[in-house]
Design a protein around this ligand. Structure first.
Ligand code: 5AD
Length: 345
């Protein structure tokens, strides 16, 4: 795929489908190191040493979806469901916010009630009280009018992951709604002034290289300002609990391939990488990622937010700052949302 960047640059990799495949599957140690280093250099060319730092607050674990891989799926009856109170969220954000944070991400299961009754008023208040904070939302595919309301309330970023761009896999893993509707939502958001980020899970059970390549191609063709890749982790309380986990090195290859093909994208390091290797997060930053996330969810609730398992790796401010330092970088003092705008649809 050759793709014109908004500023007229052309992505350096991959010019053809086979190159995605080659990048993802590179397994020889020094070739792999060369790929990651190339991606790191491209990140430095475009962003210098600065890594964006955001805080995530997980406001509800109710979910009307039933994704086969996810511990919050509605059929997981072992989970105690919660919605945080407005006051608790506001206290966390307005009183105790770590100083390095420039952006907030509100995350939940697909819970339109939380969106309307909790996130909407909180976003309005935060946008008023802390106008310099970038605000992003990761709350699924909902009525498009709710997107408009959130934008109006002051949110600028929407994170809406594809997980897989392969239609057959999308259905089989019961990813949210339909792939078509997900894509419509991405185009709607980008066309109405949002910075849109998407993402994939790499290494879902029985995923073929073709399916991963197709997903990466589709993502690269969308009007996005960022994209994440999460390594598949067999989720507790899901039908995939005894499936095999993703390969971390291949996941890092995907981070590098995303950076090389879309040099200006915001690409997060994800905490699940540390479940595989204590240096996983640092390695992701060194393979081209440029966004780190501090978890702000009050600790009593965190364990009931099992994206993949109760014992998640929790990134505190201290851990995030150490990882950024170990990657030879600095926290960036500016919101990624101020920096990026989706190329509009
Ligand atoms: N492995 C990896 N990532 C997962 N997510 C959910 N379940 C898993 C899993 N088993 C991620 C997906 C989803 C987000 C809520 O968490 O990317 O979008």
């Amino acid at each position: 795929i050759m793709r014109k960047e908004p500023n007229g640059e052309i992505g350096t990799l991959p010019p053809a489908e086979t190159d995605w495949r080659r990048a993802v599957l590179v397994s020889e140690a020094h070739e792999r190191a060369a790929l990651w280093a190339r991606a790191e250099a491209v990140r430095r060319d475009h962003f210098g040493d600065g890594i964006f730092v955001r805080g995530v607050i997980e406001v509800s674990n109710f979910c009307r979806q039933n994704c086969v891989y996810c511990g919050m799926r509605r059929e997981n009856e072992t989970l105690a469901r919660f919605r945080l109170g407005r006051e608790m969220i506001l206290r966390t954000i307005l009183e105790d916010l770590p100083a390095s944070i420039t952006d907030l991400n509100f995350q939940a299961g697909e819970d339109p009630v939380a969106l309307r009754e909790l996130v909407l008023p909180v976003v309005e208040e935060v946008a008023k009280e802390k106008p310099d904070l970038g605000i992003s939302i990761c709350l699924g595919t909902v009525d498009f009018r709710l997107y408009d309301d959130l934008r109006q309330a002051g949110a600028q970023g929407y994170i809406i992951k594809l997980e897989t761009g392969d239609p057959e896999q999308y259905r089989r893993f019961q990813c949210p709604g339909t792939l078509e509707r997900r894509l419509e939502a991405i185009h709607y958001l980008a066309g109405t002034g949002w910075s849109v980020s998407s993402g994939l899970i790499y290494g879902l059970p029985n995923q073929t290289a073709d399916q991963a390549v197709r997903t990466l191609e589709l993502l690269a063709s969308l009007p996005l300002s960022g994209c994440s890749v999460s390594p598949f982790v067999p989720g507790e309380g899901t039908p995939l609990s005894s499936a095999r986990a993703a390969d971390l090195d291949e996941t890092l290859n995907v981070v590098a391939a995303l950076r090389l093909s879309s040099p200006r994208w915001i690409i997060p390091a994800v905490s699940a990488m540390n479940l595989f290797d204590p240096l996983g997060y640092v390695k992701a930053l060194r393979a081209g990622a440029n966004l780190a996330t501090i978890n702000l969810t009050p600790s009593t609730w965190r364990e009931n937010y099992p994206l993949y398992r109760r014992n998640r790796w929790i990134m505190t401010e201290e851990r995030v700052l150490r990882a950024i330092d170990e990657a030879g970088c600095e926290p960036r003092r500016e919101s990624w949302l101020a920096f990026s705008r989706s190329p509009s649809a």
